[in-house]
Design a protein around this ligand. Sequence first.
Ligand code: TRP
Length: 445
Amino acid sequence: MARQLRGGFASRLGFILAAAGSAIGLGNIWKFPYITGENGGGAFLVIYLVTVFVIGFSIMMAELAIGRAAERNPVGAFSRLKGGAWVGVGYMGVLTGVIILSFYSVVGGWTIAYALKAISGQLAGGDAAALGGTFGGFIGDTAEPLVYHAIFMTLTCVVVGVGIGGGIERAAKVLMPLLLFLIVVLIVQVLSLPGAEAGISFFFSPDFSKVNGDTFIAAVGHAFFSLSLGMGTMLTYGSYLSRKVWLPTAAATVTVLDTLIAILAGMIILPAVFAFGIDPGAGPGLTFITLPAIFNQMPGGDWVAFAFFILLAVAALTSAVSLLEVVVAYFVDEKQVLRTRATMAAGVIIFLLGIPSSLSFGLLSDTTFFGTMTFFDVMDYLSSNILLPVGGILVAIFAAWIAWPRIIEEASGWEKSTFPLAGLWRIVLGVVAPVAVLLVLYHGL
Ligand code: TRP
């Protein structure tokens, strides 16, 4: 009954694409290449992959199982399955969603702006240095990025307002495959550039002498961010998932797709960085500078650029939707607020919180915290490198030690299938993940 009232995914494929749509976003195409660049390349990749497949996959299954067992948003799920202080994990998730979306929407706005700049010829002809100037000028401006932040946030609200089956599922089904196709085209293009091989070896030959505590914290934080874990996004999506779907394959599919797209994005951006002589540690601008430089070398580059940035905006949108959905589901389930109203109110608050993040590249660029971090950096670091890992550990402990019988029943499936790796999974959730993540957090802070 609750399932009918709350709506749900119409099919297994629809769920996979929506969950993959949540996971695949700016994290893969914008953030992953530049933090790989900042953290020395191949060695970071290795640490990231191990974290994703051991810890990330396990926690994704745990979130899906908790969500489907409770059929609730994170707050409702923890209070239904256990109650007490565990409900705090749910509240923390809702808050983390607000924080992440506030700066995510700023960058989402950049992608829309860049699609329009591409089609109006404003990116044409420039080399990497000129494009760096264009990008710096754009994000440093006060009003323009805020307008696009508002547009991006409005689009997110429209999709979430329409509800789960109608908006999210349909958009993800068509556009994600298209993005994958364009990425492959771009890899072929990039690898033909002179000097591109240096980027490939930077990316794929690990140099472990570059590894330190920061490398681990970046890898762990990004594994959670990229897989949309640690704040109840997957938990909430799991709550809309039919019991016919076997969780291990669903979680594995989403994990593999997400990682594949990140690696492919790295195979575009990093070789281009070397071919164009850009510093791989250049930070958040990397994608927005290298991609237009690649497009400028292609026939019909403006159109390819336009298509790419539109698809990137859509990928960002399906992720943003999943962030906002957690917040809205909380108000709809727990406070009986109308979906449209909850969406609008949350949208306005998140937009306002995003303003200082947007200004961090201009007006507020000299307003720093903890040394050299801008407001944007603080929001990003706090959510990705602290709140998500802490949330993830708590989810893991909850699944392994507090609600295990219910969780393993949910993960094994309802149609008499079993999960052969149940014992191993429980050890990872109950021991390996908490210990590893705590160690990394401890050293990082
Ligand atoms: N995973 C998305 C990306 O890589 C961002 C995202 C969506 C997210 N939902 C989330 C990050 C929940 C952390 C938690 O772009």
